[in-house]
Design a protein around this ligand. Structure first.
Ligand code: SAM
Length: 282
């Protein structure tokens, strides 16, 4: 089957795509641009096959009931989970420097709020363990809206190519190598997996189960999907959770927050609350 309309397995119209855009925007804030129509079709086609449905519009009808069990699968199908270990490595170095300069008796608290399949929170933990050893307590909360991605994150199993850039000592220290049917895979060691608190959080929800003050927030490569208005609201809320000198890490194309929202830039998409900010904070 190709994606061309005449070869499609299921009926799919412009109107269906617009419904999908509206539903996902209202629920998780993701803006699906016009160019995403074909991607949406292929991802929903998988859900239709799995549920035995024969039309996209009937599939969407059921989502009109906001509590329908299919909702979570719909969200999982439409998120983009691209990530990797030590993506934008300079952020992990900055985090280590911050912790070196801020010796605390309390555990250091870090929220990784679009954690996807886990590579990002495990990179945070590995960077901190490498710098300070297990003696320095860290409270790391890793959240995402996508429950399937979170299940992979909790399992901590990755194909070998995904860790090919990590050094041998790091691999030996923090990963088990798969054998037999698991050959070609690695798994994060249990003590590291257990050190991360994974939870489902939709950033659009009014309440976040995260306690202030936080030393650092990683919110990378998710803002690009949100409207400027949503980005602004989230930035104000994140700011209220951060320590006065805490760090906010944005994705590589997300330097957009440098002005106006109560942060100042430390360079390379790292931000900290601006103590002189007097803007509206709601
Ligand atoms: C491209 S991944 C980025 C992963 C990681 N932060 C990184 O930079 O490598 C974007 C993640 O944001 C999550 N996401 C999208 N909308 C969200 C929302 N409203 N609340 C929480 N997570 C969301 C997706 O499920 C996906 O796992």
């Amino acid at each position: 089957m190709t994606g061309a309309p005449e070869h499609r397995e299921f009926a799919y119209t412009e109107r269906d795509f617009r419904r999908v855009q509206a539903l996902i925007m209202a629920r998780i804030g993701i803006h699906l641009g016009a160019g995403k129509s074909q991607m949406v079709y292929s991802r929903l086609a998988r859900r239709l096959r799995a549920t035995g449905m024969t039309s996209v519009s009937v599939y969407l009808d059921q989502l009109e009931d906001g509590e329908h069990l299919e909702w979570q699968n719909f969200i999982n199908a439409l998120t983009t989970n691209l990530t990797s270990f030590f993506r934008e490595n300079h952020h992990f170095e900055t985090l280590v420097e911050y912790f070196r300069d801020h010796p605390a008796s309390e555990p250091l608290t870090v929220w990784c709020c679009a954690a996807s399949t886990g590579e990002e929170p495990y990179s945070i933990l590995i960077a901190l363990r490498e710098a300070f050893g297990p003696g320095k307590p860290v409270h790391l909360i890793a959240t995402d809206v996508d429950t399937q991605a979170l299940a992979s994150a909790r399992a901590g199993v990755y194909a070998m190519e995904r860790v090919s850039k990590l050094s041998r000592p790091v691999l030996r220290k923090y990963f088990h190598k798969g054998r037999g049917p698991q050959a070609g895979m690695v798994r994060i060691k249990p003590e590291l997996r257990e050190a991360v608190e994974f939870r489902q959080v939709n950033l659009l929800d009014g309440r976040w189960p995260v306690e202030a003050p936080l030393d650092a927030i990683f919110c990378r490569n998710v803002f690009i999907y949100f409207t400027p208005e949503t980005q602004k609201q989230l930035l104000r809320r994140f700011r209220r959770l951060l320590q006065p000198e805490g760090l906010f890490f944005a994705g590589h194309s997300e330097s957009l927050i440098s002005s106006g929202e109560g942060y100042h830039s430390l360079g390379r998409t790292v931000f900290t609350p601006d103590p002189t900010f007097t803007g509206v904070s709601s």
